[in-house]
Design a protein around this ligand. Sequence first.
Ligand code: C2E
Ligand code: MG
Ligand code: MG
Ligand code: MG
Length: 292
Amino acid sequence: ALKQKGRDGWQFFNDYQHHQALQRLNVTLGLRGAIENQELQARFQPILSSDRGRIVGAELLLRWFPPQGEVSPAVFIPIAEMSGAILPIGLWVFRAGCLAEVEWRRRWGTHAPYVSVNLSARQLSDESLVDDMSRVLRETEADPSRIVLEVTETALMADIDANLLVLRRLADLGLRLAVDDFGTGYSSLAQLTRLPVSILKIDRAFVDGIETRHESRAVVRAVIGLGRSLGLTLVAEGVETQGQHLELLNGGCGLFQGYLFHAPMKPEDFVRLMDAQSDFDHGEDQGEESFV
Ligand code: C2E
Ligand code: MG
Ligand code: MG
Ligand code: MG
């Protein structure tokens, strides 16, 4: 295959680039009808508290099922960001999160878990984002204080001054903000204090190395310590082993998410799991809780 190389001529794609370009094209075209054709689905991954391992939240993770099978978000999200398709898709995700919040609060009242949804950098620079989200909140009657928006550290810091204004407006709607994949970027916690952030999610890469690399352990301990002294809630993501869980608990981390506990699951399976927890709770002394 040929691609144009500036004005001075042509260059051949290698097989890998060729495959990438085709994939990007296929995904871009396929995503156009994804909402209309009902090919998007939400999965929920439980977030557990260090207090008796109770489920206090869930992250909404998007799944796409085009006719030819499933495509991973790691593949289609970056492409959707490039094409702009992430804007309608992101709003679909936010609405799905709002609808879940309403349903869960109806089922479990004050014991309902919070809902965490991912927001991409491209959405933050969309001037109609705040109005769109405000409208969806109104239409669904969701409680914004039970909804968390996850933005990656890299996306936040890419344009911190512009993002600051948008994030403040989102916080004014009552929404909570989490820094996702924290530790992978180069921001300082001092910069974070400028943002209306209430949760830090420690990136899986650090959790992964916590038992084997003393650098990872040191970073995680420092992030937990500083985060806590700033009054932030710490969530460890990608917890896969008991050893990791224990080290994080000892370090003072409050919330946990990972395959050790639960993989992302279908909404109906999440409801069943929560129902079982609520049944158990009814036999116990239960206090007032606030998670974020
Ligand atoms: P993320 O937001 O950091 O989400 C966590 C990812 O780690 C999810 O992958 C989850 O399934 C996976 N995970 C959870 N526990 C474990 C574990 O114990 N071990 C391992 N190895 N992985 C674990 P998933 O669902 O494939 O999503 C990948 C990424 O795609 C997300 O990373 C997020 O950046 C993006 N994404 C997913 N849904 C959305 C969405 O609705 N909007 C946007 N903008 N991005 C999304
Ligand atoms: Mg996330
Ligand atoms: Mg994450
Ligand atoms: Mg991550």
